[in-house]
Design a protein around this ligand. Structure first.
Ligand code: ZN
Length: 342
């Protein structure tokens, strides 16, 4: 069976992405908090494959390789630069093993410690780092590449050049709120410039909750004809100027600001209605959030066979909660309140 490419899928319908791997695999005991490097792909590939399988079962149509922080320079900070090739190759192999016939594998590249916005000499080194990762992931057979979590537009553009040079479809997502990038570009500027430079899909991911992220994605939507992606964090960030990585509870007590499945069901509906084509999640977004998004989009993934049926609960009071409205009402007054200024 020949798989349809990401752009064909987006032309027909919304595409559902997956969620966050790094923080969840840290919780499961396979990634170390601190360096957060992804050697799990070579040390415990079964653990990584299991999380991929869970996202796919929950309805994800795209599995992202766990190659966040798998650049040679970032791995060097953890004493693992010599494993850059093994980690990038293994991460793609594991995702491809889990992906099945109906989902796609997207390679991933992301921000590097080498990039210095005010030092053009660093650009050339960053390009080499991205070229290496893109070549390894392409050789292993990724279907397209996501350059994600970029703070600075200039670094995102270098990533895009590397993907373009490899002849692969490029999705580029920035990591910021409505203020735009530290190197001085608004969400609209970034969407336009990335599209002009050849990105097929542009958008936003990580750091902020669905409300703030979606507002940024909608601004991008108005500035480009490219497909738009929105993959927010699964944590409440009620102050749109404080990303979860600057929260007091980051990184070890994030459970206390975890958003619910209902927050993500609502996000998926709002994103679809706003014309966002690629809808997914980032850090803190788990398989049950993805299932909730899939069902909100009118789908019934494999994991829906175990979706809640509280009418069969042993306690009568719990049986009465077998109504989505009950749970949606519980979202009101939480940190997921929509419609604030960003
Ligand atoms: Zn993230």
């Amino acid at each position: 069976m020949v798989k349809r490419g990401i752009l064909d899928l987006l032309k027909d319908d919304d595409v559902l992405g997956d969620g966050g791997y790094v923080l969840e695999l840290e919780r499961r005991g396979y990634i170390q908090a601190g360096p957060y490097t992804p050697e799990v792909a070579i040390e415990h590939p079964d653990a990584l494959e299991q999380l991929h399988l869970e996202f796919r079962r929950a309805g994800a149509q795209v599995l992202q390789t766990l190659t966040f922080y798998a650049s040679e320079d970032k791995l060097r900070t953890a004493g693992r630069a010599h494993e850059v090739e093994d980690i990038n190759r293994a991460a793609v192999k594991v995702a491809k093993k889990a992906v099945g016939d109906d989902a796609l594998v997207a390679g991933v590249i992301t921000l590097t410690p080498t990039f210095e916005p005010d030092d053009p000499d660093s650009y050339h080194r960053v390009r080499e780092i991205f070229d290496q990762q893109v070549a390894l992931q392409k050789e292993e057979g990724v279907e397209f590449i996501i350059g994600e979590t970029f703070l600075n537009l200039k670094e995102a553009l270098i990533a895009l050049e590397a993907i373009n040079a490899a002849g692969l479809v490029a999705m580029i997502t920035m990591n910021f709120n409505g203020s735009g990038s530290p190197d001085g570009f608004s969400p609209e500027d970034c969407a336009k410039r990335l599209t002009e430079a050849g990105a097929d899909i542009v958008g936003v991911n990580c750091n902020y909750d669905p409300t703030t992220s979606l507002a940024v994605a909608e601004r991008m939507r108005g500035a480009t004809d490219a497909f738009i992606a929105c993959q927010p964090a699964g944590y409440a960030t009620p102050d749109p100027n404080v990303p979860f990585v600057e929260h007091d509870l980051f990184p070890l007590s994030l459970e206390r600001i975890q958003l619910t499945r209902f927050a993500f069901a609502e996000f998926a509906e709002r994103a679809r209605d706003a014309g966002i084509g690629f809808i997914g999640g980032c850090c803190g977004v788990l398989p049950y959030h993805v299932r909730a998004m899939a069902e909100a989009l009118g789908r019934r993934p494999e994991a829906s066979e175990k979706s809640p049926d509280l009418a069969r609960h042993i306690i009568p009071d719990v049986r009465e909660k077998d109504d989505i409205r009950y749970w949606r009402e519980r979202e009101e007054g939480t940190n997921n309140e929509p419609a604030r200024e960003v």
